[in-house]
Ligand binder design. Structure first.
Ligand code: FES
Ligand SMILES: [Fe+2]
Length: 451
């Protein structure tokens, strides 16, 4: 039985060290944290002093900047990062701010340039951030500009198609800092995927209230009961070093809470997506997950998708929801990834931006479908030929994120309000919520000077 001493293990046969093996539980204690972390300006300030400058921040993905001169911009609180593909194919990152009088250099979230020109007074900078030209240079005292002020570069590195920056330059190397084992990210070949959907919405909550709500499946039967037919809410939870976590959510299976063992329409749809004919399936609901895994293996062999060889059977159906400390979760699937960034607001601890990029690996086959779980609008171009601009919505503006996310928007704002109540004494996290405990514990290490 699943209780606090017996965690869920989805594949007991996984050998120690395998990517799907259950890790020994992390010792994160039983502290009940002070809820002020969800609303206090002082706590927010502490994060700006002790957390954000010191961690690696996910700023984008390499398929968004394929050619020299391609750039992307990522806003994080009051900071804005400009990430540029160089002539030698390397990637550099700069603070998106003009050294003259602090105007933002790139005003679009994406583009392609030969050089950057500041819109305020026309100073120009190369792709490499070096100063190219100062307008009316003779009107500056030479000593003021003797250092040839260029864009301020910051540390940038990539892993498996994901681009990160580190502001203070002192974080351990990215590959060491990422607590996940080698291959975990790389096997998905995110660099072969395209961003096919990008929405950035403002939510009325602290960024951690947002992370918390996406880091567990304990709430699924209550907030998202419609998922029960195709998803198990008892997930396998693993805590990795450096605040990283993952949750394996079994999909293509009904929740154990559902008594109806028939192959419901949701499961039938998932079989169809995997290239099966649901009408010829003779098993029960519990057999669908394995049948879909086998169908996907067969299809991958037929289509020559050799990277499937790197995945366990479970990875072919389940969501490997992976927590990148501190503010990212990526739902990882062989077909595509669902990237969620919980981005702090510049001034208000009770707002954050939910930034959602959906990436898909295009397969040129008429019988290959985009999985329904991606929730893509009908007219989405999934071929990668066009990269949709990020749709941005501020709080209170009508924005339909799809049924499940709409339910979360409402929930998270309620929880944010509740966290300030005199009647609330701090979150009581169960084993099912072990990922929350793990990343909050790591956050505290940063803020307390233990890191
Ligand atoms: S602020 Fe950029 S040129 Fe003046
Ligand atoms: Fe949710």
């Amino acid at each position: 039985m699943y209780d606090y001493r017996n965690p869920i293990v989805l594949n007991p046969a996984a050998p120690e060290g395998a990517l799907d093996a259950k890790l020994p539980p992390a010792d994160d204690g039983l502290d009940v944290v002070d809820p002020a972390r969800y609303y206090s300006k002082e706590f927010m300030q502490k994060e700006w002093t002790h957390l954000w400058p010191r961690v690696w921040i996910l700023v984008g993905v390499t398929p968004d900047i394929k050619e020299p001169g391609d750039y992307l911009v990522h806003e994080h609180g009051h900071e804005s990062f400009l990430v540029v593909r160089q002539d030698d194919n390397s990637i550099k990152a700069f603070y998106n701010v003009c050294p003259h009088r602090a105007n933002q250099i790139a005003l679009n979230s994406q583009g392609s340039v030969d050089k950057f020109t500041c819109a305020y007074h026309g100073w120009q900078f190369g792709k490499d951030g070096k100063l190219k030209c100062i307008t009316d240079e003779q009107t500056f005292h030479p000593s003021l500009i003797a250092h040839r002020p260029g864009l301020t570069e910051l540390r940038c590195d990539t892993i498996g198609g994901l681009i990160f920056v580190n502001m203070d330059g002192k974080a351990p190397p990215l590959k060491e800092w990422i607590g996940l084992p080698p291959g975990y990210i790389e096997n998905y070949e995110i660099e072969q995927m395209n961003v096919v959907h990008h929405v950035n919405t403002e939510w009325l909550a602290n960024w951690k209230t947002g992370v918390d709500a996406f880091y567990e499946t304990y709430h699924l039967p209550h907030i998202h009961p419609q998922t029960q037919g195709v998803m198990e809410d008892f997930s396998q939870i693993d805590s990795y070093p450096n605040g990283f976590t993952r949750m394996i959510v079994p999909i293509c299976t009904k929740s154990h809470r559902m008594e109806d063992a028939s192959v419901n329409p949701g499961l039938q749809y998932m079989m169809m997506e995997a290239g099966m004919d649901p009408a010829s399936y003779t098993g029960d609901a519990d057999g669908v997950r394995v049948a879909v895994q086998q169908a996907k293996r067969a299809r991958a062999a037929r289509l020559g998708m050799t990277h499937y060889d790197k995945f366990t059977d479970g990875q072919l159906t389940d969501s490997w929801a992976t927590g990148f400390f501190p503010n990212v979760q990526i739902g990882m699937h062989p077909e595509g990834v669902f990237i969620m960034r919980f981005v702090p607001h510049a001034t208000d601890p009770e707002r954050y931006y939910y930034d959602n990029m959906i990436m898909f690996r295009h397969v040129d086959d008429p019988n290959y479908f985009v999985p329904g779980w991606m929730g893509l609008p009908k007219d989405t171009d999934v071929t990668g030929a066009t990269r949709p601009a990020a749709k941005r919505y501020t709080a209170g503006n009508l924005c339909d994120l799809g049924e499940v996310l709409n339910q979360d928007v409402e929930l998270v704002a309620n929880v944010q309000n509740g966290s300030k109540s005199r009647g609330f004494r701090g979150p009581l996290w169960s084993v099912q919520e072990g990922r929350l405990r793990h990343y909050h514990r790591e956050l505290d290490r940063y803020l307390n000077g233990e890191k």
